[in-house]
Write a protein that binds this ligand. Structure first.
Ligand code: ADP
Length: 319
């Protein structure tokens, strides 16, 4: 059975922005799903929705089944129990997520104590073990966030995410703020730890090369929808959607910062969610668009074994 099943998830912010428009995805226990796409395509909204961390004015519909239980209809008490212990999240900017005036050891211990996973003494010991697991000396527990480098702070975030032994970790651009060498080290660490501990991973990144290197499967989002999904190497090496192809061409190597906002070979920007073009939302930027693409919005459909794409060119003849 899948650990995570997302069915027809739709998220509309209080401003009326439809940021996620009908996403269906599954993640099997112990597997890693990468979610790629340019800025503004709805990746972070999807990540935050998984733990219901969106602002209260956001409207969510559909289903997010975590081990068969719908996160969207959970009572608050149950949701609090599931956060950290069932699923935890690693954000991009550790400096914003860590509390500047508390020692990092106390911050890692907090979920353990809140979830009554450990007595204060046992929690101190577990903090030391967790720090060592993420490659930091146990004695760093007494440090404050500003005494650590960016890479070390991100390791602390990973230790916090692992603390309560969750079944799922959601990592939203976990290394983007770091330099390329450190990015690779932190990604390797995260990948190794989730593999060793049989934790499922949903990893969000704009960088398809990073995801192809880390994940089993890849989903490519565009304008709030998944337009392609399949085995990671297959999506990276042989994308079936023109947007997937453009992204993999834009990220020939891991962490290329120049590609961040303007992927090479792909002019223009993703559409404003308030003014989506008719038909396939990618057609105005698509190098191979047909006239029919301006009026037809194809659903995700099989494009190769275990690989789906939403494009008339790969999944069926245009009407
Ligand atoms: P990504 O992670 O792919 O960059 P986001 O999920 O951050 O995409 O954003 C998707 C869309 O939702 C964007 O148009 C963005 O402006 C909008 N959005 C994100 N957060 C909010 C918010 N709190 N209120 C209103 N709109 C938002």
């Amino acid at each position: 059975m899948s650990l995570l099943t997302i069915r027809d998830l739709r998220v509309t912010y209080g401003t009326g922005t439809a940021a996620v428009r009908g996403v269906d995805l599954t993640v099997a226990a112990g597997r890693k799903l990468g979610v790629a796409g340019e800025s503004g395509c709805g990746k972070s909204t999807l990540a935050l929705a998984l733990l219901r961390l969106l602002p209260p004015t956001a409207r969510l519909t559909g289903e997010i089944l975590l081990d068969g239980e719908d996160v969207l209809t959970m009572k608050w008490g149950r949701l609090r129990a599931v956060r950290w212990a069932g699923a935890s999240i690693v954000f991009q900017g550790a400096m914003h997520s860590l509390n500047a005036v508390h020692r990092i050891g106390d911050q890692i211990a907090e979920p353990l104590l809140v979830h009554r996973r450990a007595t204060p003494n046992a929690a101190r010991e577990r903090v030391g073990t967790l720090l060592e697991q993420v490659g930091l000396p146990a004695a760093r527990a007494s440090a404050y966030p500003h005494e650590l480098s960016g890479g070390q702070r991100q390791r602390v975030m990973i230790a916090m995410a692992l603390a309560c032994e969750p079944r799922l970790i959601v990592a939203d651009e976990p290394t983007t703020a770091l330099d390329v060498m450190i990015q690779a080290q932190v990604l390797r660490l995260l990948e190794r730890l989730v593999t060793e501990q049989d934790i499922s991973l949903v990893m969000i990144s704009h960088d398809l090369a990073v995801l192809a290197d880390t994940c089993d499967r890849l989903a490519v989002m565009y304008a709030g929808r998944v337009v392609e999904e399949g085995p990671a190497r297959d999506v990276y090496d042989a994308a079936r959607h023109p947007y997937g192809r453009a992204l993999s061409a834009a990220f020939p190597r891991i962490g290329d910062p120049a590609s961040r906002l303007a992927p090479r070979g792909l002019p223009g920007d993703p559409p404003d969610p308030a003014a989506l073009p008719p038909g396939c939302t990618f057609h105005p930027r698509c190098p191979v668009a047909l006239p029919t693409c301006a009026s037809q919005d194809p659903p995700l459909a099989p494009a190769a074994p275990g690989h789906r794409a939403a494009c008339v060119l790969t999944t069926g003849s245009p009407a």
